[in-house]
Write a protein that binds this ligand. Structure first.
Ligand code: NAP
Length: 256
């Protein structure tokens, strides 16, 4: 309990999956949480459920690709809570698993804008408020296991590889300000995003999940909570000397 007590956190993509689980866990451990997403209905639900459970949370509609909306949201969050310590960049979309020469410029721009530029914009507008707070901070960027090793989805992997290196650059730039930057690299995690792929499988969702479970050394898919536990550690002062690192949460999938 109270592992991030007194801290203020912004979580993007917090209406669903890894962002939602991270927002819930940070609030449970004492942080005031700005739940942000483009999905207003589920974002409001998450914030309301956190509040009902005794936590502190409020929902903000924030599309990470819209610069003015991002700027305004961070200003509003700071006005509301008076501080900012933690940013979790979880908003993201899958890419297009097809060869590069068949990928359109519009598809490329869409994925890069949300996954990579969205992370940049949120860091850009969070940092001044973390600096103003003068209590140090932690930014946790959700990359992917595939951002380390690549694969057959060039634009997604480029976006997540970009997030990984941007995290390391920011870790060095802001080290003297005591703002830590770390990336998290989830493997196959059972969230609405991952479930979305299962409908494409000829054998249906069960066959799809079984195929992955057989591939993963730990023999199961990850949960959003598995990832949120890593996010909480990196967001808390327990990881006070950890910056520029990459936390792989994949049941050993990327090793084989
Ligand atoms: P998810 O359940 O789909 O949650 C992502 C959330 O981000 C959704 O609520 C989505 O809203 C929102 N979002 C999409 N575009 C946005 C935008 N422009 N601005 C703000 N919010 C936006 O996905 P997840 O599985 O939790 O994924 C979270 C992160 O983990 C992503 O960055 C993903 O790439 C990464 N990741 C996931 C896995 C996995 O296996 N699940 C593995 C590795 C990495 P809508 O639903 O309305 O689009």
């Amino acid at each position: 309990m109270d592992r991030v007590k007194g801290k203020v956190a912004v979580v993007t993509g917090a209406a669903s999956g890894i962002g939602e689980a991270s927002a819930r866990l940070l609030a449970k451990e004492g942080a005031s949480v700005a739940v942000t997403d483009i999905d207003d209905r589920n974002g409001k639900r998450v914030a309301e459920e956190i509040t009902k459970a005794g936590g502190v949370a409020e929902f903000w509609h924030m599309d990470v690709t819209r610069e003015q909306e991002v700027e305004q949201t961070f200003a509003d969050v700071f006005k509301k809570f008076g501080k900012l310590h933690i940013l979790v960049n979880s908003a993201g979309i899958p890419g297009y698993p097809k060869p590069t020469h068949e990928t359109t410029s519009a598809e490329w721009d869409r994925v890069i804008n949300i996954n990579l530029k969205g992370t940049f914009l949120c860091v850009k507008y969070a940092v001044p408020y973390i600096l103003k707070t003068k209590e140090g901070g932690s930014v946790v960027n959700i990359s992917s296991m595939l951002g380390l090793i690549g694969g057959e989805d060039p634009v997604y992997h480029a976006s997540k590889g970009g997030v990984r290196l941007m995290t390391k650059s920011d870790a060095t730039i802001y080290a003297r300000d005591n703002i830590r930057f770390n990336s998290v690299h989830p493997g196959y995690i059972l969230t609405p995003l991952f479930r979305g792929f299962s409908s494409r499988h000829p054998g249906g969702p069960e066959a799809f999940f079984k195929e992955f479970e057989e591939k993963i050394p730990m023999g199961r898919l990850g949960t959003a909570e598995d990832v949120a536990n890593g996010v909480l550690f990196l967001a808390s002062d327990e990881s006070s000397y950890i910056t520029g690192s990459e936390l792989v949460i994949d049941g050993a999938m990327s090793i084989i």
